[in-house]
Design a protein around this ligand. Structure first.
Ligand code: FPP
Length: 263
């Protein structure tokens, strides 16, 4: 884990590494407020937010988390001023270039979730290159949700199933497994922990299908201030929760549901 502070060491000692979440999803919120509080332009918050992203990715990879999904840009984010959306697209391209050594060093495989064909062509090319360069890595799967919307994702899955049914001349009823397998996250376990920074109690159209049983951790900390210690705290909080999946808890006969279609 590299150099560990006394606070991090204390948190790590309390963590049960055998019971970490398999898939962590994060709504990285509060970059703008962080900048405003420091009388800086909003984009300064995004720049520092990108540095936070690096710390969180590396920490999760080193703790052998299976998948980390970060909400980097939503379908709704196009409503922001063009200067800000242009900045975010440029920051992403820079990020994919400068962070590649860290991604490779940690054996991370990259995936992108969202309607990628609507993104600027240069961004699409960089995304494709990042996926290809990391395709052989067997460690953590890092998903960046870009031009992502949870409802759009479900609609895309429904349309894919409809097209298959039409091609097969079939009117068989749709199953949950079929939907799961056509989401952008196909093949990944559903997130078991959803973290949202900056205090908002909203899901904001993020992974609507997949978070059905996720534990939700909301912190007042703004994303640029969310560091390794805060991440470890969220894992400790997760380990305190009793997960029942609609059942009656430990010893109950139906206390588990599969987390991956077919598992
Ligand atoms: C939310 O803060 C953040 C975003 C919409 C963009 C997320 C981008 C980053 C964390 C940095 C870049 C990341 C990568 C992967 C390159 P906000 O602007 O909505 O904050 P506010 O609610 O305080 O205004």
């Amino acid at each position: 884990m590299g150099t560990v502070t006394a606070e991090e060491a204390e948190l790590l000692a309390r963590l049960d590494t055998a019971r970490l979440p398999r898939h962590v999803a994060v709504i990285m919120d509060g970059n703008g407020r962080w900048a405003q509080r420091k009388l800086l332009p909003r984009v300064a918050g995004h720049k520092v937010g990108a540095q936070t992203t690096r710390t969180i990715i590396e920490t999760c990879a080193r703790l052998n988390i299976e998948a980390l999904t970060l909400y980097a840009f939503s379908v709704e984010n196009w409503r922001r001023p063009k200067t800000e959306t242009d900045f975010l697209m440029q920051l992403l391209r820079e990020y994919l270039r400068t962070e590649m050594p860290l991604i490779q060093r940690n054996n991370i495989r990259m995936r992108f979730l969202g309607r990628s064909s609507e993104l600027p062509i240069g961004v699409q090319q960089d995304m494709k290159a990042a996926e290809e360069k990391t395709a052989g890595n067997g460690g953590m799967v890092l998903c960046l949700a870009l031009n992502y919307g949870g409802r759009a994702e479900i609609v895309d899955a429904a349309n894919a199933i409809l097209a298959e049914r039409n091609a097969q001349g079939s009117n068989a009823p749709v199953t949950e497994e079929e939907v799961s397998q056509r989401l952008y996250t196909a093949g990944l376990p559903d997130p078991d922990l959803l973290i949202r920074t900056s205090g908002e109690m909203r899901v904001s159209n993020f992974l609507l299908w997949q978070i059905a049983y996720a534990e939700i951790f909301v912190t007042e900390t703004l994303w640029p201030d969310f560091n390794r210690a805060r991440l470890l705290e969220s894992f400790l909080d997760f380990q305190k929760r009793e997960r029942r999946y609609g059942g009656i808890g430990e010893g109950g006969s139906d206390s588990r549901v599969p987390r991956v279609a077919g598992e």
